[in-house]
Design a protein around this ligand. Structure first.
Ligand SMILES: NC(=O)c1ccc[n+]([C@@H]2O[C@H](COP(=O)([O-])OP(=O)(O)OC[C@H]3O[C@@H](n4cnc5c(N)ncnc54)[C@H](O)[C@@H]3O)[C@@H](O)[C@H]2O)c1
Length: 264
């Protein structure tokens, strides 16, 4: 028997990963799972102390992670973060873009400034990160980029037009970017993932959901979801892991919906 058959290898063993939004919710769960499966992870977030906490959780469990403050809307921050990564561990094999914000307001009440802020954090960031990620990954001619969109990018929600439009943009931008990479022969796969409702702190910032998110019924059946419950961040992380690993080597330009049947 080949000795290597005896060695337990993680699903992303030896890969270098960058996760935005890694201080909280889905990004945090993704960072922890990637590290558990053998990747060295840079946890990047506007919330630097939250990012440090995630890395402490990872290192306490025997994983390898570093924290980095990153404002995903800043081109300069992206360049610095990628440069840091390249100098530390080399270009990333995996980039997961989970940083994002929710926003709910009727179209007739929303200001242009509010609209632009949602677009900047949820969509401009995806352009900047994908662009920086591709350029760095081109050095090794390999990589997987996973952009976190939303079921709200597929199914509209009244009162959340900016959020829905930004996430629809993430889905279609990711498909276009995937095809550009194929056309150039980059060997970089790009996919998006569209979660339905996930139990994370993001909901506590939604005006109509703050109470729900704080209260026990958070675990109660959810009528709008066929599976009748919110997802846990770890369940979304498992789907991201599949797209990050070589198990999905033939998958690019797709949107993986993880929504308990919400958009079915
Ligand atoms: N929670 C859900 O139900 C749900 C559903 C579908 C999609 N999503 C998407 O999943 C992603 C993660 O959301 P979450 O639920 O984990 O939310 P969260 O609030 O728990 O985490 C979001 C993280 O993004 C960070 N962030 C915000 N603005 C940033 C910026 N400018 N630069 C860097 N980091 C920034 C925050 O500090 C935070 O740590 C988001 O893109 C969100 O739209 C969430």
């Amino acid at each position: 028997m080949n000795p290597i058959d005896n060695k337990m290898r993680g699903r992303v063993e030896d890969k270098v990963a960058l996760v935005t939004g890694g201080a909280s919710g889905i990004g945090q769960a993704v960072a922890i799972l990637l590290a558990k499966e053998g990747a060295r992870v840079v946890v990047a977030d506007l919330d630097e102390s939250g990012a440090i906490q995630t890395t402490e959780t990872i290192t306490a469990a025997g994983g390898i992670a570093l924290a980095r403050r990153l404002d995903v809307t800043s081109d300069a921050d992206w360049h610095q973060t990628i440069q840091f990564l390249e100098q530390t561990w080399g270009p990333p094999d995996v980039l997961v873009q989970s940083a994002g914000i929710s926003f709910a307001k009727a179209i007739t009440e929303m200001t242009l400034e509010e609209w632009r802020h949602v677009m900047a954090v949820n969509l401009d960031s995806i352009f900047l990160g994908t662009c920086a990620g591709i350029k760095s990954m081109q050095q090794n001619r390999r990589g997987s980029i996973i952009n976190v969109a939303s079921a709200s990018g597929i199914k509209a929600s009244p009162g959340a037009s900016a959020y829905c439009a930004s996430k629809a943009g993430v889905i279609h931008f990711s498909k276009t970017a995937a095809l550009e990479c194929i056309q150039r022969g980059d060997n970089i796969r790009i996919n998006s993932i569209s979660p339905g409702g996930v139990r994370t702190p993001m909901w506590s910032n939604m005006p109509n959901w703050a109470e729900v998110a704080r209260s026990e019924p958070w675990n109660a059946p959810v009528d709008t979801v066929p599976l009748k419950r919110f997802a846990e961040p770890a369940e979304i992380a498992q789907a991201v892991m599949f797209l990050a690993s070589d198990e999905s080597s033939y998958i690019t330009g797709t949107d993986l919906v993880v929504d308990g049947g919400y958009t079915a």
